[in-house]
Design a protein around this ligand. Structure first.
Ligand code: HEC
Ligand code: HEC
Length: 210
């Protein structure tokens, strides 16, 4: 899959809307707004004060285990914020906080973070470990959805230069079915992947953009 077509995207949204729980929680209007949203980063910037404590003032994630949001794909952020607010992605520390935000607020916050300059790569770089991660990634086809430079596209997230500890925990969450997104593609990709392979992938991706 080189590029996610509009048809595929519509298919994913329809599948989400068909899920009974989501159908109840998400108004069609919210997804209508998402599908054609541009988002207002300036308005979003006025809404993110409470987020900075954990995600950093510029979305750069200073804390262990937390994702960097800087330069993340806008559509991915919008979808995750809705999933998080509705408790469909279970992060207890965020669910309550997001309840007070409207769909428009979430769309604007997504626009804000996606416009921030992304993190640059880590400093330590063991060439052998990088090569091991790179060949695993090639064998597992990570770049086919996340793009060759891992910057992501639409609802597929940017994973290049993401925090290594967050990458490890996210990949384990998918493997162990503790997390699934708008579709289960990541659960299928990570099925039965060993801890050692997850560590190798995370090490490589955390600095692949260097
Ligand atoms: C109390 C700390 C905390 C605060 C405050 C917080 N978050 Fe989070 N956030 C987290 C944690 C922890 C995760 C992910 C944990 C996981 O899935 O492993 C997360 C995940 C996310 C994600 C998913 C990113 C990804 O790459 O998957 C988004 C988007 C996000 N937060 C946005 C926000 C926004 C916007 C705010 C402010 C309204 C906010 N967060 C406030 C702790 C926080
Ligand atoms: C079939 C397409 C596809 C392939 C192949 C794929 N991914 Fe993903 N990936 C996705 C999608 C879609 C999401 C968002 C899922 C969600 O909503 O939780 C995602 C999410 C992620 C996340 C979560 C990022 C975050 O910020 O929360 C990580 C990490 C990730 N992928 C890494 C990988 C790695 C490593 C590989 C190869 C081993 C890979 N992906 C292969 C489609 C794919």
């Amino acid at each position: 899959m080189r590029e996610l077509t509009k048809a595929r995207w519509t298919h994913v949204v329809r599948r989400v809307l068909r899920t009974p729980l989501v159908g109840l929680l998400l108004s069609a209007a919210a997804f209508g707004a998402l599908a054609q949203s541009k988002g207002d980063p300036a308005r979003g910037a006025t809404k993110v004060a409470t987020c900075s404590a954990c995600h950093g003032a510029d979305g750069g994630a200073p804390l262990a285990g937390l994702p960097s949001l800087a330069g993340q794909q806008q559509e991915f952020l919008e979808l995750q914020l809705i999933l998080l607010r509705e408790g469909l992605r279970d992060v207890p520390s965020m669910t309550g906080l997001l309840k007070s935000f409207s769909d428009r607020d979430l769309i604007d916050m997504a626009a804000y973070y996606s416009a921030v300059k992304p993190l640059s790569g880590g400093s330590a770089r063991d060439a052998q470990r990088v090569a091991a991660g790179a060949s695993l990634s090639a064998a597992m086809g990570c770049g086919s959805c996340h793009m060759g430079n891992y910057s992501g596209q639409r609802q597929v997230p940017r994973i290049v230069n993401q925090r290594e500890d967050y990458l490890v925990s996210a990949l384990k969450d998918y493997r162990d079915n503790r997390r699934s997104g708008v579709d289960t593609s990541m659960n299928a990709v990570m099925y039965k992947t060993s801890d050692a392979d997850i560590a190798a992938l995370a090490y490589y991706l955390a600095q692949a953009g260097k």
